[in-house]
Design a protein around this ligand. Structure first.
Ligand SMILES: Cc1ncc(COP(=O)(O)O)c(C=O)c1O
Length: 396
């Protein structure tokens, strides 16, 4: 093996803040520190910065600035979208049926679950294919006269699969169903044009595209009724109470602006490295298989199953070799839980335990990829030989 190096391949979990973003944020900590709701000049300068950021974000989503709600991140955006639209629809005397998928981020899944178990909503989960793909016909047949909100993830965080959002959104809206998509992983790489996508609501989180953690946005199409899930002041047109986090909002807008200014080169860079990972792992690691789609996947995202391997142990071995990655499962040391996303895709419990996600970023080099592939190869082989020795020791 070549000399040890540090390779961060967990950009789907979080990305470093771009120095240009940090620079744009800096004055809003120490110079423009007023409360954006205050009437004096300090407040007005902060408010102007928030409104400029709103314009920047809206120009990338191709919507009106008034359709952007700033939040504390992807989880809050998902919560506000699903719960806020479900509550508002019920308050208007509409139905109380929700449609979603078994491959959503837990911010959507847990919100829907709470609406069902605590507040009497009903829901239908659409099946997914072996690659985590959603069939538009299955989606349509899940919609009923009682359905008010549907939520489908744009790019899956565990397996990278891209959903046919424009077709799903059109089908929903034709039936008067509000359509939300979690675009937290897609943002910074794929189109966020809300008219092309046809969505009514779209969730974003800045830390996935080289912005700060703890800030996000929810696009809410004009005319879509939302009940606030965090009540208080009248910020964000009454949809989200709380003093604006001016520096973070400025940072998110700058990160999004840079991401789309550099989108073509970034995507090409990411795709080449992702493909090198996929080809390298499938060529060099025996029995490894890819999860999710081969082409119709997030440019930065590669995910695999290594049968016979426990992903929590694999992550530790990789970490010792300097490679930061992620397991597809909610691992607890000694008792790995298979991921519900992988199980919904029809992957067996035994295989689901051996999942690994490697996600590349704008700084990832082809040398990093080469090193990571050999680290995975060695780690998998080491873990398999240990477990086969343990098995034969138990048998003898
Ligand atoms: C698809 C998806 N949705 C939502 C979230 C939550 O975003 P945040 O960390 O900003 O709360 C994540 C974060 O991993 C994600 O991948």
């Amino acid at each position: 093996m070549t000399a040890r190096r540090d390779v961060y391949l967990d950009h789907s979990a979080s990305t470093p803040v771009d120095p240009r973003v940090l620079e744009a944020m800096a004055p809003y900590f120490t110079e423009v520190y007023g409360n954006s709701s205050s009437l004096h000049s300090y407040g007005r300068r902060a408010e102007a910065a928030v409104e400029r950021a709103r314009e920047t974000v809206s120009s990338i989503l191709r919507c009106k600035p008034s359709e952007i709600v700033f939040t504390s991140g992807g989880s809050e955006s998902d919560n506000l979208a699903v719960r806020g639209a479900a509550w508002a629809a019920r308050a208007q005397g509409k139905g109380a049926h929700l449609v979603t998928t078994p491959v959503e981020h837990s911010a959507v899944t847990a919100t829907v679950k709470q609406l069902v178990t605590v507040q009497g909503f009903s829901m239908t989960l659409i099946p997914v294919s072996r690659t985590g793909q959603i069939d538009v016909e299955d989606f349509v047949s899940a919609l009923s006269a009682e359905t008010t909100v549907a939520s489908v993830i744009y790019a899956n965080n565990e397996v990278g699969t891209l959903a046919p959002i424009p077709q799903l959104a059109t089908a929903a809206r034709e039936r008067g169903v509000i359509f939300h998509s979690d675009a937290v992983q897609a943002a910074g790489q794929l189109s966020l044009d809300v008219n092309e996508l046809g969505v009514d609501m779209l969730s974003l989180s800045a830390h996935k595209f080289y912005g700060p953690k703890g800030v996000g946005a929810l696009y809410v199409r004009e005319g879509t009724a939302i009940s606030p899930t965090q009540s208080g002041g009248s910020h964000e047109r009454g949809m989200r109470a709380g003093t604006h986090n001016t520096p973070f909002i400025v940072g998110m807008a700058e990160a999004l602006r840079i991401a789309y200014e550099e989108q073509a080169e970034r995507v090409e860079h990411l795709r080449r490295r992702r493909n090198a990972i996929i080809d390298g792992i499938l060529t060099h690691v025996p029995d490894a298989f890819l999860t999710g789609e081969r082409e119709l996947r997030l440019p930065s995202h590669a995910s695999f199953i290594f049968p016979g391997v426990d992903s929590s142990q694999l992550l530790m071995h990789l970490d010792m070799r300097g490679v930061a990655a992620s397991g597809g499962s909610a691992c607890k040391t000694g008792s790995p839980e298979p991921s519900s996303v992988l199980l919904a895709m029809g992957i067996s419990e035994a295989d689901a335990i051996g999942s690994l996600r490697l996600s590349v970023g704008v700084h990832t080099t082809l040398e990093d990829v080469e090193y990571a592939v050999s680290a995975v190869k060695e780690s998998v082989s080491r873990l398999r030989s240990v477990s086969s020795k343990l098995r034969s020791a138990r048998l003898s």
